[in-house]
Design a protein around this ligand. Structure first.
Ligand code: AHR
Length: 508
């Protein structure tokens, strides 16, 4: 058996983990909203048409905040279409996903649903085809107490109390040619500055997220952020970026090592923030909002390689027929291996808790999601549900530095230790929660956990995600093929990590 050691000292922390690290994302895309969140007539639907079976799982996941309504969708969305009597709401072409948007579900329904589920809404405004006035009007509709056109209309539409939405995204992926109304960095900066100004005039208490560059294959990667932040740095609170990991035939070791790619991606965004801050002698800190992250294997996209994505529009690429209502697109079926990789990405988030304040798993229901529903039927937890649930449940507190003594494996990101840990300290319970990936494909690793300064903590529980068949998936018929398994603890300060596994170890 291979031996390794993980050291952590109570005096060396990375930073406080913000609860918003476990946020998620719901877009008007495929079946995320329609027959995901909202399905009037479903046996579990409540008086508003919200599926209560879905609400229960969202609560179980402990998601604190949900981004809405997109995504690419938002860049061709007019929020006015989604308010008022449902029978008079227009059906529109959604250019982003070549679907028909019925507008039965809009901002009022989303805020009502969010309240019922106990999550905070995070709203993206349309800076593609939308105007800066539309953005200001939406803040007024949501947050102004009353006595103005839009706030009184909200009251008339059933919500006299303002929604007081705090977090607002200034557009989505505006650097991409796939975005309706895509802009250059210079043009985005001008538009976002003016939108931010108006939105803050309406409600000075809001927090704003600037659209950073997302995909490292784009020629504007990071340069977009530098140009944009030079003028927007002091006007916003967060820099957004997105990161999707793909199992694209790069080999098992490289796929498992995706945590390193995400780490580099986050550090790249941090580096631009620090550069702009230093060059312009700015003083405040800007945090990262990773408002889309996940494994996305593009099972539903017609392409030969990742390079096909650059310059393509989503319209051309999904398998959906054109102009369907809520077509079943982007419904990824996640494997055990994908779940182990998602767990690894979560470890990276924790180890970057000093710079990443918000992270949204993209998405939440049916579309590249941990929860899958059947129309008029049941639902099940995808394999990736489990690591995200564990992170959300046990990953709150202080992220601590961890050092590992272990053999290395080689990957496209260089030689990496076979053990990748994240250590979380929960002061109230005086517990240490260790999340740890065993990247060794064939062998069990005996991991000694050497903690200092925490008191006399011992291994109380060990849960693992591993198996014989890494291609196995959960289905509606077999919903528990992939779950966390309880492992017999190997010693007071020692655990045995199965080959190719993602683990949660509780020490108390
Ligand atoms: O989450 C799916 C899509 O991925 C979003 O609409 C877009 O922002 C990103 O490219």
């Amino acid at each position: 058996m291979i031996k390794a050691t993980c050291f952590s000292d109570r005096h060396y922390s990375i930073g406080q983990i913000d609860d918003k690290m476990y946020s998620s994302f719901t877009e008007h895309l495929g079946r995320c909203i329609y027959s995901g969140i909202y399905e009037p007539g479903h046996p579990t639907a409540d008086e508003d048409g919200f599926r209560t079976d879905v609400m229960e799982l969202v609560k179980e996941l402990g998601v604190p905040m949900i981004r809405y309504p997109g995504g690419n969708f938002v860049s061709c969305y007019d929020w006015h279409d989604g308010i008022g009597p449902k029978e008079s709401r227009p059906k529109r072409m959604d250019y982003a996903w070549s679907s028909i948007e019925t507008n039965e579900f809009g901002i009022d329904e989303f805020c009502k649903w969010a309240r019922k589920v106990g999550v905070e809404p995070m709203i993206a405004v349309n800076l593609g085809t939308g105007s800066i006035k539309d953005a200001g009007d939406l803040v007024e509709y949501c947050n102004h107490p009353g006595g103005t056109y839009w706030s009184d209309l909200r009251a008339k539409n059933g919500s006299p109390e303002p929604y007081n939405i705090k977090y607002w995204c200034l557009g989505n992926e505006m650097e991409g040619s796939w975005q309706a109304g895509h802009l250059s960095a210079e043009d985005y900066t001008k538009k976002a500055l003016e939108a931010a100004k108006i939105m803050r005039w309406v409600d000075p208490s809001i927090k704003l997220v600037a659209c950073g560059s997302s995909y490292d294959m784009l020629p504007t990667y990071l340069e977009w952020d530098r140009v944009m932040l030079t003028d927007l740095y002091n006007e916003v609170d967060y820099l957004s970026t997105h990161n999707y990991t793909m199992n694209a035939g790069q080999g098992l070791a490289n796929y498992i090592a995706s945590y390193k790619q995400l780490d580099q991606h986050i550090k790249n965004s941090s580096a631009v923030i620090e550069f702009v801050k230093a060059k312009n002698h700015f003083t405040k800190d800007l945090k990262i909002c990773l408002d889309e992250w996940n494994v996305w294997n593009f099972q539903d996209i017609k392409m030969d390689s990742l390079n096909d994505l650059a310059g393509a529009t989503t319209f051309e690429m999904t398998s959906a027929g054109k102009w369907e209502i809520a077509p079943p697109i982007l419904q990824e079926k996640y494997s055990l291996l994908d779940a182990v990789v998602v767990g690894g990405l979560g470890i990276t988030l924790l180890n970057n808790a000093d710079t990443v304040e918000i992270a949204c798993l993209a998405q939440l229901i049916n579309v590249i999601a941990p929860i899958t529903t059947v129309r008029n039927g049941d639902l099940f937890r995808q394999a990736i549900y489990h690591p995200f649930h564990m992170l959300s449940k046990y990953g709150r507190g202080t992220a601590m530095k961890a050092v590992v003594d272990a053999p290395v494996y080689s990957s496209v990101y260089g030689d990496l230790k076979i053990i990748e840990p994240a250590v979380v300290y929960q002061e109230e319970s005086n517990e240490v929660h260790l999340f740890v990936l065993n990247c060794e494909e064939k062998e069990t690793v005996e991991l000694n956990i050497e903690l200092s300064g925490y008191g006399d903590l011992k291994v109380k529980r060990h849960l693992t995600l591993c198996g014989e068949d890494y291609e196995i998936r959960n289905t509606i018929e077999e919903p528990d093929n992939v779950t966390m398994k309880e492992v017999k603890t190997a010693g007071e300060t020692c655990v045995e990590l199965p080959p190719l596994s993602w683990n949660v170890v509780i020490l108390g």
